[in-house]
Structure formats: structure tokens, C-alpha cells
Ligand binder design. Structure first.
Ligand code: MN
Length: 230
């Protein structure tokens, strides 16, 4: 039997009961293992050149949720409502994205993941939706859900198997200007971009979503990622 493919999952630094730890929500581990993959945590506190080297051992990359991306990365001044940033994590994940793209590895980008991916490819972000782009959809709600509309014929639609979904939403930032090379393929009712993928269909598999599929019973994204990795 072929061994299960390993994938890198970014694991941030967190202060837990007064001690610094490298952390990864178990929901990512369960979702990836459930899709037949072996998740390997890559600490985002690694120096950028080391982080990229971690990809030598894996067949795919998962960019996880977390802090805001430092606005200097996309040429903006910090907004008063900017949340916590971790410039070391930004650097490590930008190196991971560059290394994954250089090797043609599949990338699954979740929440902060869609944001850092957009910045990596030259896009910009809203730093705080409530103050910079207020609208009727509560995007920053620990318990709520909202509908998303998925572009017909997109990789995301083929992966999810649907053009409409109800997703969780725990983000106060979002894509502002989409990066060259990406196309938007899912939106909330207020027009906020909730999904993106390469505009060139010949690019390696890459799906980025603004929601947290690891916390839904929805398995399709992880299964699609696993098929791309295999
Ligand atoms: Mn949302």
C-alpha cells in the first residue's frame, strides 16, 4: 500500500498559560487525517529560509488561520483596528508559498491563509471590515454563518460540488484588491470575496477560502486537496 502523503500545515506561536508554544488546532489534524493525509506542523517561528526547506518532506501546503498580516507587506499604513500581527509568521508563510509554487505543490489556504496568499501574489487587504467596508453580513461572528455564492465552473465549485454554501465566518479582514494571477470564485451577499483560486486553470491545484472548513462537517475541500496531493 502506498504510504499516506504528508502535507505541511502552518503552526503559529502562541502564549499558553504564560509559556510560548507552537500550536495547531486539532480540527486541522482531524480534517486532514480524515482525508487520508499526514499533517506535519511547520512552526511559523522558523526563519524564512528554514520554513521553505520544510516543504522538501511534503506533497502539499495548508495555510491556517490566525493573526492579521502586517499591512507593510502590502504597502499600507496600520489601521487603528488592525489586530495582532506576527511579522516572523508573515515571512515564514511567504517563504512557504514561494517554495510551494516553485515546486508546483497543491495549496489549501484557510481564513488568514487566503489573506497571506493574496498578499504573497501582490494583492491588498481590508484591515478591518466593520470600519473600512461596513455591510449587512456579520463576518466576525464566532458562532454565526452566512451564505456564499460560488462561481460556476470554478475549481472551487467542482471541489465543493455546489454553487451555494453556508459557511462559518470568523474574520475581520478580507481581500481588498485581488492579486494578479488570482480570480475570485466565491462571495458573500455583500460582495466580500470568500474564495479565490488561480486565474490560469493550468496552474497547480490551489484553493483559498475565507471560512474555516476544518470546523464544519463539510469534508469536500479536504478531500479535493487530498486528491490533488496524491
Ligand atoms: Mn465571511
Amino acid at each position: 500500500m502506498k504510504p499516506a502523503p504528508a502535507v505541511a500545515v502552518t503552526a503559529p506561536r502562541r502564549l499558553v498559560e504564560g509559556r510560548e508554544r507552537v500550536t495547531l488546532n486539532t480540527a486541522y489534524v482531524r480534517a486532514l487525517e480524515g482525508a487520508g493525509l499526514v499533517p506535519l506542523a511547520v512552526p511559523t517561528m522558523l526563519a524564512a529560509d528554514r520554513a521553505g526547506a520544510a516543504l522538501a518532506a511534503v506533497r502539499g501546503l495548508v495555510l491556517t488561520g490566525g493573526e492579521d498580516v502586517a499591512p507593510a507587506r502590502y504597502g499600507a499604513a496600520p489601521h487603528p483596528r488592525l489586530g495582532d500581527v506576527d511579522p516572523v509568521r508573515d515571512a515564514a508563510e511567504l517563504a512557504l508559498i514561494a517554495a510551494a509554487r516553485a515546486r508546483g505543490l497543491p495549496i489549501l489556504a484557510i481564513c488568514r491563509g487566503i489573506q497571506i496568499l493574496n498578499v504573497a501574489l501582490g494583492g491588498t487587504l481590508y484591515q478591518d471590515l466593520d470600519s473600512e467596508r461596513p455591510g449587512p453580513v456579520p463576518h466576525n461572528d464566532e458562532t454565526g454563518r452566512h451564505p456564499v455564492h460560488v462561481e460556476a465552473g470554478s475549481l472551487l465549485e467542482r471541489t465543493l460540488g455546489t454553487r451555494s454554501a453556508s459557511v462559518n465566518s470568523r474574520h475581520h479582514q478580507a481581500i481588498r484588491d485581488l492579486a494578479p494571477g488570482l480570480k475570485a470564485v466565491a462571495w458573500a451577499d455583500d460582495g466580500i470575496i470568500e474564495g479565490a483560486e488561480p486565474s490560469d486553470a493550468k496552474e497547480p491545484w490551489m484553493v483559498a477560502v475565507q471560512w474555516h472548513p476544518e470546523d464544519l462537517t463539510e469534508r469536500a475541500l479536504f478531500d479535493g486537496f487530498a486528491r490533488a496531493v496524491a
